[in-house]
Design a protein around this ligand. Sequence first.
Ligand code: NDP
Length: 328
Amino acid sequence: MTQPVNVTVTGAAGQIGYALLFRIASGQLLGPDTPVKLRLLEIPQGVKAAEGTAMELDDCAFDLLAGIDIFDDPTAGFEGANVALLVGARPRGPGMERGDLLEANGGIFGPQGKALNAGAADDIRVLVVGNPANTNALIAQANAPDIPAERFTAMTRLDHNRALSQLAAKTGAAVSDIRNLTIWGNHSATQYPDIFHAQIGGRPATEVVDDQAWLEDTFIPTVAKRGAAIIEARGASSAASAANAAIDHVHDWVNGTPAGSWTSAAIPSDGSYGVPEGLISSFPVTSAGGAWEIVQGLDVNEFSRARIDASVAELTEERDAVKGLGLI
Ligand code: NDP
């Protein structure tokens, strides 16, 4: 049998964790031929609930699940990890300023970066889901100098999937007929879902839609504010769709993206499209051979430029803030 892949999930007892773990164990993260060992990392108060989730995972009798271990210590939790899904984060509390939030998360993602650096496997791949995801990824990366920088990524795939679904609903097309949408920038309200290079059934999306008012006043804000709309409707934040997007991100990173189409992921910038080098920003990306690559050579019109710049400015501010706090 193939050697199991070690997958560490932080915040494993949370609601995204609950939606994520069963899908990983069933083979949807890495494929139907790859056994996995789950390493659940929680804060001490979360350990008991994680034990309950582990009991349920046992009760599914998954063929591919080669073991489950539970930790409250990051160094132990990331030992030998091949994939790390950093889901647990400190939510913004009442009266909390952005600086407080960044500092609280620095206290989580700094030590986790150090622990990854100390003990993760050489092929470690990290996806940060916990918000503010892009900047949390930057903090973890800065604390893991021995791990190649490009192994730290943040999730904008949920935004990408939301944009696909909105565009499909508007045009009556099947999701599978839509290609090459892009989410640019930060996983926040400033993100920019870009349809200018998208194709629907082989035709330019802007020709199929041809409705600038819908693009500006409906599509972009609906995608950016979808999380709030789900909280309003469900009384709880989105969890299954966030877990689904995390599965999509890692699956494509490891197995590659289909020929002729791209997806979106927040990865360290190499300076492409005027995004300052080193910022972990969302780009149009393809994956091959287990590595993401930024799609090059796209024309960026004025409308897009202004929105990309605004989101990147927010990322730059967040980076400067965590630098000022001594977190990176
Ligand atoms: P969730 O599982 O719902 O969310 C976890 C994180 O994912 C939050 O930061 C949340 O951000 C973020 N997130 C990113 N995208 C989305 C999305 N589309 N929808 C919803 N959330 C999204 O949180 P719970 O409170 O249920 O669980 C968190 C768990 O993490 C707890 O069990 C806690 O004990 C644990 N934890 C573990 C840590 C560790 O392992 N060291 C550290 C801190 C917490 P946002 O808040 O912006 O919604």
